[in-house]
Write a protein that binds this ligand. Structure first.
Ligand SMILES: Nc1ncnc2c1ncn2[C@@H]1O[C@H](COP(=O)(O)OP(=O)(O)OP(=O)(O)O)[C@@H](O)[C@H]1O
Ligand SMILES: [Mg+2]
Length: 333
């Protein structure tokens, strides 16, 4: 897989997304600060051209919100999103509409993201109509060739089918075809294979890799499934309660996860240091609420290695042996 070391396609800087909580106005009067859900709380990362960056973490850690914010399906609270060196976090509606053809999202449930009353040929050519690309005949030609590429064969027959006439795997192939029909540069795939059977899942992952190589795409691949992440991602970012706690090359992360949270996610062995407690390796309790984020390192309430500093100071994402990790165990200070 060829990944340029220089060319960054997407760069996210200090991104935050806070959702204000709806509370009765009587309570709002009494509160000095309006409570918010800190779904993303100051994250920075970049994705190089041609790369697949994985985003993993427990339910509620902010993965989907990150995917949606960086392609401006929802507005960021603050921070910058540089796409091909242009800040898209502040694009006007009209400029955003034009830029949209460069980035697409694939969702978890293909049935829910397809119009059940529209023939799939029409569904896939729809983005071309919106962006006024090609004549009707050219659009049909493009869709038929894409159907061949995603293995919906015979393409002419599939063109006139409805989503209910397809299997789950075939529906996800339609969704992938629709996502790439405008020749985008970047795709956010949010749990794109989560609802598929294991055997179909690997076929779709393989298709996503082939399509990426063929069309020169770049992916943000959001998943719960570490096996899929290992298979498709060049690098992986691990998210916990709105923060990125570790970013590493996939092979490094699986060989030696550094952050205690990553280790626990992977069911990995304890940190090989006899001075550190080895006892509790299961994360204690449930993920805390993103409304009341723990002080210091937000993982300290569940971390088997937590010490005093962990509840007092928030660790920064710093370099450790060529990787990035946010944990006081690795903080040279
Ligand atoms: N529109 C919204 N309004 C209020 N809170 C929201 C909204 N969208 C997401 N959240 C909250 O933000 C946090 C992060 O949610 P998000 O869906 O990004 O997590 P996730 O990592 O994708 O989880 P999952 O793995 O379950 O898909 C959650 O606490 C969620 O309840
Ligand atoms: Mg999600």
């Amino acid at each position: 897989m060829q990944v340029s070391t220089k060319q960054v396609l997407l760069s996210v800087e200090n991104l935050k997304k806070y959702f204000p909580l709806k509370i009765p106005w009587t309570q709002a009067l009494l509160k000095r600060e309006r409570p918010t859900v800190k779904a993303i709380d100051d994250i920075s990362f970049n994705i190089k051209k041609g790369e697949t960056l994985g985003l993993v973490g427990e339910s509620g850690s902010g993965k989907t919100t990150t995917g949606r914010v960086i392609i401006r399906l929802i507005e960021p609270t603050s921070g910058r999103i540089l796409f091909d060196k242009k800040d898209i976090s502040k694009l006007s509606k009209e400029n955003l509409r034009r830029a949209r053809k460069d980035f697409q999202m694939i969702f978890q449930d293909p049935m829910a993201s397809l119009n059940p009353y529209m023939r799939i040929g029409k569904t896939v050519s729809h983005p071309l109509e919106i962006h006024k690309i090609g004549t009707p005949a050219e659009r049909k030609e493009k869709v038929l060739s894409l159907f061949e590429k995603v293995n919906l064969i015979p393409a002419k027959e599939f063109f006139n089918r409805f989503p209910r006439q397809l299997s789950g795997g075939q529906r996800q192939r339609v969704v992938i075809a629709r996502a790439v029909v405008t020749n985008p540069k970047f795709i956010v795939a949010d749990e794109a294979t989560a609802m598929l059977d294991v055997s179909v899942r690997s076929q779709i992952l393989k298709l996503m890799i082939d399509i990426k190589e063929d069309l020169g795409l770049t992916y943000l691949f959001i998943t719960h499934d570490l096996a899929s992440a290992k298979y498709i991602c060049d690098r992986i970012a691990v998210m916990y309660l709105g923060k990125i706690v570790e970013i590493a090359k996939t092979s490094d992360l699986f060989k030696e996860p550094l952050h205690p949270y990553t280790r626990i996610l992977m069911g990995a062995v304890p940190i090989p240091d006899p001075k550190l407690k080895r006892s509790k390796i299961i994360p204690k309790g449930e993920i805390p609420s993103p409304i009341n984020v723990p002080s210091g390192c937000r993982f300290h309430t569940r971390c088997p290695y937590a010490t005093k500093i962990c509840s007092e100071e928030e660790p920064e994402l710093v370099e450790h042996q060529g990787r990035l990790v946010a944990c006081h165990l690795f903080d040279k200070k």
